[in-house]
Design a protein around this ligand. Structure first.
Ligand code: F6R
Length: 260
């Protein structure tokens, strides 16, 4: 696991976008894993700028979102179908038919989860997975004590996650109680993962994920077992890391070609 600490949230987005851009440049039909929430927005903005400058083409890129709320119509502005369309598919000029989000309104949710896993496999797996992290250490919506081997399934959101996401819905009671989420086992199959975090509110979760024991109590800590995971964070999110100066030294000492 490589941890890259940068001074500002903007630089975090820029660096993580570089990781994704490199994959798409090498493979124009790449499969990318998409996170929602605030953390990855800087990545998407930075990728959009590259598309607008004509440096990058997402028209053949395929994508799978990590998660979706249960019971929210795809047309609801806060469904991840809508959020992904608004913040990723349209800005990057992607083909809607190639962008997938779990179906949280399916009559048989368990079957929808199995189908989603099959679609990822049929696409050849995820080339690069973008991740944010919850204040409680979740990735996707794999809340603490999620099986480290889990696959796409229904999860109950913790009160903490619902409170954190109430800002998108205007009030807590409007936040759905359940979601479909790729499992930790699903995420771990991605060939590369890049997790971004900004701000002091993520410092405890980042410390547990990077330097804590691998434990279902901090689901993101499973990334310690990933062969190509990069954690890109700002100074505030790095505040709880014991070895922060070591990570900075390691990154600064790298020759340019080896960075991330
Ligand atoms: C949502 C997802 C979540 C978020 C996490 C952080 O698709 O994957 O794990 O990344 O809840 O959310 P923000 O970025 O809004 O703090």
């Amino acid at each position: 696991m490589e941890t890259v600490i940068l001074p500002t949230a903007e630089e975090v987005g820029e660096m993580a976008a570089r990781v994704v851009a490199d994959v798409v440049r090498r493979k124009p039909t790449a499969v990318i894993g998409l996170a929602t929430g605030s953390s990855p927005l800087g990545i998407y903005t930075s990728l959009q700028a590259r598309v607008e400058r004509g440096e990058l083409d997402f028209s053949r890129v395929r994508a799978f979102a990590l998660d979706e709320y249960v019971g929210l119509a795809a047309s609801h502005p806060e469904s991840y179908h809508s959020v992904i369309d608004r913040t990723v598919t349209r800005p990057l000029g992607m083909d809607r038919a190639l962008v997938h989000v779990p179906d949280g309104t399916a009559p048989d949710l368990a079957a929808a989860c199995r189908h989603y896993e099959h679609m990822i496999e049929d696409a050849g797996g995820v080339d690069v997975q973008i991740l944010g992290i919850g204040a409680n250490g979740h990735i996707g919506f794999n809340e603490p004590t999620s099986s480290l081997a889990s696959r796409t399934r229904i999860k109950t959101l913790t009160p903490r996650t619902r409170e954190d996401n109430a800002r998108f819905f205007g009030s807590l009671d409007k936040v759905p109680t359940h979601c479909l989420t790729q499992g930790l086992g699903t995420i771990m199959r991605a060939r590369q993962a890049v997790l971004v975090a900004q701000g002091a509110g993520k410092a405890t979760a980042i410390a547990a994920a990077v330097e804590g024991p691998v434990s279902a109590m901090c689901p993101a800590s499973v990334l310690q077992f990933h062969e190509h995971a990069t954690i890109v964070i700002d100074d505030d999110a790095a505040a709880g890391l014991k070895l922060a100066s070591y990570y900075k030294h390691t990154f600064a000492s790298k020759p340019g070609w080896q960075r991330v």
